[in-house]
Design a protein around this ligand. Structure first.
Ligand SMILES: [Zn+2]
Length: 299
């Protein structure tokens, strides 16, 4: 297994195999890529572009994909996935970022959710395609990922929403199509707590069964602006890492706003001696060995 950080600031945290920097998160702000951190880019989830081009927002029978639309689990504004200017601009941007970092991890490279997008352009493209509505959406997303693959000469990791069953109907994502272009997958499993690790273990096992490339999962440590009382406890994160790790996944990333929050997490994990001892019979020594390696890091 490989272990990484997933950070909103361009600063590496010691004690990991690699670091992923949110060069362009869904809020749409862009920061320069780092030569020693992988680059995470959200493509159609983009508040800045949505503000500048409100007519590019994705449309549906349940309303547009503004973050205020409670019919969908949208936490940011999501653009139509066929908007040609945004698509072209993002391809150039991705190519440039890839040249200045070890690789690209994409987010939000798909339709906003079920029923999207019903804008006049999408309707016209669908009718011209001769395909069913769902197959047309799949083709749009797969073709765009093929174009991204052409631009990224180094590592390309494709993120997935944590839905192993309905990603095709909701996002236009076919896992086998994506596997043709992905060096690996990253299933985002962000939650403000991991009180019941059973669910995350089940999802990890499901994705490991379905995906034809290595599978990373991403866990939530501390997000921007979070109240420290409302983030997952270090004990929950230790337990869920072991429980997910034993399903055969290939790696785990830990998301934080700042590298200092990863450092606080590492110190807390090192202090959880009894818990780590208790988890030795759970069948994932690899994760426990990784946590034990932090004893030297936090000295
Ligand atoms: Zn559209």
């Amino acid at each position: 297994m490989r272990f990484g950080t997933y950070l909103f600031e361009p600063k590496k945290a010691p004690g990991f195999d690699f670091d992923l920097f949110r060069v362009k998160p869904e809020v749409g702000r862009r920061l320069p890529p780092q030569p020693d951190m992988y680059s995470n880019i959200a493509i159609f989830g983009d508040n800045v572009t949505a503000r500048n081009h409100p007519d590019w927002i994705s449309q549906s029978p349940l309303g547009p994909a503004w973050r205020t639309n409670d019919n969908f689990n949208v936490r940011w504004d999501i653009l139509c996935a066929t908007q040609p200017e945004h698509r072209a601009e993002q391809l150039d941007y991705i190519e440039d970022v890839a040249r200045h970092s070890p690789g690209i991890w994409t987010n939000s490279h798909h339709f906003a959710d079920h029923g999207h997008c019903t804008c006049p352009r999408c309707n016209e493209l669908w009718k011209k395609s001769g395909l069913s509505w769902l197959e047309w959406r799949r083709k749009e997303i797969t073709d765009y990922m093929a174009q991204i693959r052409e631009r990224v000469k180094n590592e390309l990791v494709i993120s997935l929403q944590p839905d192993p069953v309905n990603s095709y109907e909701r996002y236009g994502i076919n896992f086998d199509d994506m596997a043709k272009y992905a060096d690996a997958f990253n299933v985002v499993m962000f939650s403000k707590n991991y009180a019941t690790p059973w669910y995350w273990e089940m999802l990890s096992r499901a994705f490991k069964k379905l995906l034809k490339k290595p599978v990373y999962i991403s866990l939530y440590v501390f997000g921007p602006g979070d109240n420290p009382m409302e983030v997952p406890s270090p004990s929950e994160l230790v337990t869920v890492s072991v429980r997910a790790g034993r399903t055969g996944i290939d790696g785990i990333l830990y998301l934080a706003d700042k590298a200092s929050q990863i450092w606080d997490f590492q110190k807390a994990v090192v202090d959880r001696v009894e818990l780590r001892q208790k988890l030795k019979t759970y069948g994932c020594q690899e994760v426990l060995d990784f946590f034990a390696s932090w004893e030297k890091v936090v000295e």
